[in-house]
Design a protein around this ligand. Structure first.
Ligand SMILES: [Zn+2]
Length: 475
């Protein structure tokens, strides 16, 4: 994500981004917890995935293999009607389990077509199937629901989830907001494939992740069918609705591009979006093959949002992005989307890497070198916000998208590069993206990989740059 300086930076590039972009982006580029309560021990799925920053995000006891979401959104009344069919595998015996869903009215829950008991408890939708589910049993949960979706306010004050716009909705779920529009296992630990069938008034376009499977119009409404085959974390799902100009083509690498652009942003966005294929090609050379079959951009006109997000296969911008932001969100397709977090504390694995991709892009396209960008940051005084906390330990969800995660996170990688040399550094990045493709990675695993590839003991480097409070003394 990029925080937006109002011309749109990456969310989770947004606020942050604002500062990071203005201050550090080279001008040239500008060209288990949950103790689910009662119930017999060991057969109740927990209400959280065990993440201390967001204790109720995600749930325990199962893995969602696939989401099939059928949505209908009325852009006048703002009403959303939804049916979610989840294909699930129990990872333990279950007499009860939770889904995450905030707001909206649930009208029915079935498990394998048999009505199940359910109740709401804050953001938890507590489901009691008629029959106990065996460990490893595969089952299907269907939830029907409706209402007016409302975004959630994150600890840093920004909104995420289903965010209404003047012509539809800007739908971005990092870190919590997926639960504002569909029930699920809302933590990046659990990745799934998705189908979306979204019906909107004729003249509006509904854009989700992956490949467009078809669209048809009848009785004044248009239905769009999207398929996301590669596993995706729930926060990266979108169903953005608006009046969009659409452009579709296939790159010579065979990637299916789908761009949806609000007319009010089209002129500013055009020269940047045109560079997407070359940016993906450049990143593929550095990081390994692009991890998805689809790509593209959603450029909305959502002036109140203040950020861009790396929604999987198709980043979402609140206004026309600059090139640096496009490079950032595109790099997230490898770092964050394909290789996902297991805990939000590791957020630098997303933002530090995407930010460093911006530095590299500048360096290799006639702008400032990464060293120059690093030096300008390092020159900041010890009381600067850049040194407020170490990127490997943001401390709470409030700091997830703050400057140290982005800028000092990128500095960690630059220090690594200087220590191991370019050849090993780029081999580390490619190996990381390849070995963890379509899966997960942790900071400990990244440190281990760096040591394995370089043959060096890197504990001191990571300790200093990733975990030590305050401005590191010159390495
Ligand atoms: Zn980002």
């Amino acid at each position: 994500m990029t925080a937006a300086h109002r011309q749109t930076s990456p969310r989770r590039t947004a606020v942050l981004r604002r500062e990071a972009v203005l201050a550090t982006v080279p001008v040239a580029v500008a060209a288990l917890l949950g103790a689910a309560g009662t119930a017999s021990a060991g057969t109740v799925g927990t209400s959280g995935a065990g993440d201390p920053y967001f204790p109720l995000s995600g749930n325990g006891g199962y893995h969602v293999k696939h989401y099939d979401l059928t949505l209908r959104y009325d852009t006048t009344s703002r009403r959303l009607d939804g049916k979610a069919v989840l294909t699930v595998r129990a990872t333990q015996k279950l007499t009860r389990f939770d889904l995450d869903l905030k707001g909206l009215k649930v009208t029915g829950v079935t498990v394998d077509r048999t009505a199940a008991g359910f109740r709401r408890d804050g953001q938890e939708l507590v489901v009691t199937p008629r029959h106990t589910l065996r460990k490893d049993q595969e089952f299907r949960v269907t939830v029907t629901y409706h209402g007016t979706p409302k975004s959630v306010t994150d600890p840093d004050g920004s909104a995420d989830g289903w965010i209404r716009t003047d012509d539809g909705a800007f739908v971005a779920g990092e870190p919590q907001g997926a639960m504002t529009w569909f029930p699920g296992n809302n933590h990046p630990k659990d990745k799934s494939s998705y189908d979306f069938t979204i019906t909107v008034p004729k003249g509006r376009t509904a854009v989700a992740n992956g490949v467009l499977r078809g669209q048809h119009t009848e009785n004044g409404r248009t239905t769009f069918r999207w398929h996301q085959a590669e596993p995706m974390a729930s926060y990266l799902a979108t169903a953005t609705v608006g009046k969009f100009k659409v452009e579709q083509y296939t790159t010579h690498d065979g990637i299916q591009i789908y761009n949806a652009v609000d007319a009010r942003e089209a002129r500013a966005a055009a020269p940047v979006l045109k560079k997407l294929p070359s940016v993906l090609e450049w990143e593929s050379k550095l990081f390994g093959p692009y991890p998805f079959r689809a790509a593209g951009s959603i450029v909305d006109h959502a002036p109140d949002v203040g950020y861009a997000l790396e929604t999987q296969s198709r980043p979402l911008y609140d206004s026309a992005p600059d090139l640096s932001t496009l490079v950032h969100e595109s790099a997230h397709q490898w770092f964050g989307d394909s290789v996902s977090l297991t805990a939000w504390k590791d957020i630098w694995l997303n933002e530090g890497f995407a930010t460093y991709a911006e530095w590299l892009y500048s360096e290799q396209h006639g702008g400032d070198s990464a060293q120059k960008t690093f030096d300008a940051l390092y020159a900041r005084p010890a009381n600067d916000g850049l040194w407020a906390f170490p990127p490997g330990d943001p401390g709470s969800g409030k700091n997830l998208f703050d400057t140290p995660v982005y800028a000092r996170g990128a500095m960690v990688l630059h220090e690594l590069r200087k220590t191991v040399g370019d050849q090993d550094f780029f081999r580390i990045l490619r190996t990381w993206a390849t070995e963890h493709r379509a899966g997960h990675g942790t900071t400990a695993q990244f440190v281990k990989l760096s040591e394995r590839v370089s043959g060096k003991d890197l504990d001191g480097l990571f300790h200093t740059w990733l975990y030590t409070k305050g401005k590191p003394s010159k390495a």
